[in-house]
Design a protein. Structure first.
Length: 479
């Protein structure tokens, strides 16, 4: 069975968030099961520079505002899988963020940049671009690839099935109606039953209406997005498609995320946690925190946005400090949150550290060195950092929502005996709930025997890609 994955990010070439990690791992896990998998990516500088052995497949254009477009094929550096890359310098050869310009606003031609991605996917499906390889299934990810199913639907003879995965429903790719002309889609699709969304065009809605099957990245999020609270205005569409919507949890790449990784101060394992203390001391020293061992070190590795509950954490910070704990933050995002954490660090240099920036190796040192990873997200489709933290015996403290609810089991006193507790889970998104949960974590930390027991259990959790890939394969076969 031939599967084409279509996405805008892939670790380690271009990464803005968890999507990149998934696109690095899921196609490889499917290939391991014997499927013939390829990936289609936009030709951002990081992708063109990082691919191996690129060869041109076909030259097309002008299209989508680009005069010349060359489709290349080459190998991905980590998995060795084949990937098509769309080299359209006018659209993709830009410095800085792949979605946002230097003025802080989304690139004004994003509808063309990502419309082209879906359009090329549909033409790979039809065999017009590469007659040697036609997929049975096109699997598109997030709004950036969201037009693939609707372009495929323009070709009534096409047998290829489409699957669409929602990694985050809050980002929808919404553009003014007059962009339709640039996308080459017929006017008749601009209706409330098509891709029209409150007088605009929505790439996400197009995907939800036109793909054969819809998945999202955890079972709980699959239920939540059918409600007005989490549906971002698309809950009605998702309720209509409920029979075709399922949740499949993301996995973790154990080669990259494990307590013997080369980026951390000292390797350790569930049976021998001594190295973890060395990692904690090293992280405290690196960040200029006092080398205290008695209180827990809480950490954040996250985009700093209100989605992630970072404003609540800032509000709860005085309570965390009163517990005698420390906080280390690694993240970038909204100015007021970056400023808030910087300010807190300046006011409490021995207790709070804030590294405002993006640093992959440092993320590993945070996961290994911290005692608790804070993920108080208001909503969280799956969340990867809590899964990474579990691998390192760093107990996640999370809001019971989306994939966080599916992957962390609460260890507050009543539940300790359950033999399954792996972290701390709170129910309400407010300062009091997060502070209470921090208090529970600090209380358990004082009982080091119980703490180690939960740590070991956390490290034994198996969120491998093998399970998820088996679910995706079953879904493809059902098509
Ligand atoms: P999202 O995709 O919503 O940002 P996820 O938890 O699914 O959240 O994935 C976030 C990914 O980005 C993880 O791999 C995490 O380690 C990484 N990450 C987030 N912020 C940073 C940062 N400042 N430095 C390094 N890695 C980061």
């Amino acid at each position: 069975m031939r599967i084409l994955h279509v996405a805008s990010e892939i670790y380690p070439l271009v990464k803005a968030g968890g999507l990149a990690d998934v696109i690095a791992s899921l196609p490889a896990a499917l290939a391991k099961r014997g499927l013939d998998v390829r990936v289609l990516l936009p030709g951002f500088p990081g992708i063109l520079n990082g691919m191996l052995g690129l060869k041109p497949v076909i030259r097309i254009g002008p299209a989508f505002g680009a005069a010349v477009i060359t489709i290349y094929i080459g190998s991905l550096p980590d998995s060795g899988l084949l990937a098509y890359v769309i080299d359209a310098p006018f659209l993709y050869q830009r410095q800085g963020n792949i979605y946002v310009g230097f003025d802080g606003f989304e690139w004004s031609d994003n509808h063309r940049r990502f419309g082209l991605l879906g359009w090329v996917a549909a033409h790979v499906a039809s065999g017009e671009l590469d007659p040697d390889w036609r997929p049975d299934v096109v699997h598109a990810h997030d709004w950036h690839a969201g037009l693939a199913p609707i372009y495929m639907a323009q070709n009534p003879g096409l047998k290829t099935a489409s699957v669409f995965t929602i990694h985050n429903l809050a980002y929808q790719g919404i553009f003014p109606m007059d962009c339709l002309a640039d996308l080459g889609l017929p006017m008749r699709q601009l209706t409330p039953h098509g891709i029209e969304f409150h007088g605009m065009i929505s790439f996400m809605k197009a995907a939800l209406v036109y793909s054969k099957k819809i998945t999202t990245v955890s079972p709980t999020y699959a239920r939540e997005i059918r409600t007005p609270e989490f549906g971002c205005g698309l809950d009605g569409v998702l309720r209509d498609r409920a029979g075709d919507l399922s949740g499949i949890l993301n996995g973790v790449d154990p080669e990259i995320w494990n307590p013997e990784d080369p980026d951390i101060a000292r390797p350790y394992s569930a049976d021998n946690l001594k190295g973890k203390m060395a990692c904690k001391l090293a992280l405290q020293s690196e960040l200029g925190l006092s080398n205290q061992a008695e209180g827990p070190l809480f950490a954040v590795v996250s985009r700093l946005f209100s989605q992630k509950g970072m404003d609540l954490l800032l509000a709860a910070l005085p309570d965390l400090l009163r517990e005698g704990a420390q906080l280390a933050v690694l993240g970038t995002g909204e100015d007021y949150l970056e400023e808030g954490f910087r300010h807190a660090a300046a006011a409490n240099p021995e207790k709070v550290a804030a590294f405002v920036g993006y640093d992959e190796a440092m993320a590993h040192r945070f996961f290994a060195g911290a005692d608790v990873l804070l993920v108080p997200s208001r909503f969280e489709p799956c969340g990867l950092t809590q899964l990474y933290a579990l691998r390192y015996g760093t107990l996640p403290l999370v809001h019971r929502v989306g994939g966080l609810a599916d992957t962390v089991i609460d260890a507050t006193p009543g539940n300790l005996q359950s033999d399954s507790a792996t972290g701390f889970v709170f129910d309400d998104v407010d300062r009091q709930a997060i502070s209470d949960s921090i208090h529970e974590a600090c209380t358990l930390y004082r009982d080091q025997i119980a703490w180690h027991q939960v740590q070991r259990r956390a490290m034994e959790q198996d969120f491998s890609w093998d399970d998820s890939a088996a679910h995706y394969e079953a879904l493809y076969r059902s098509l």
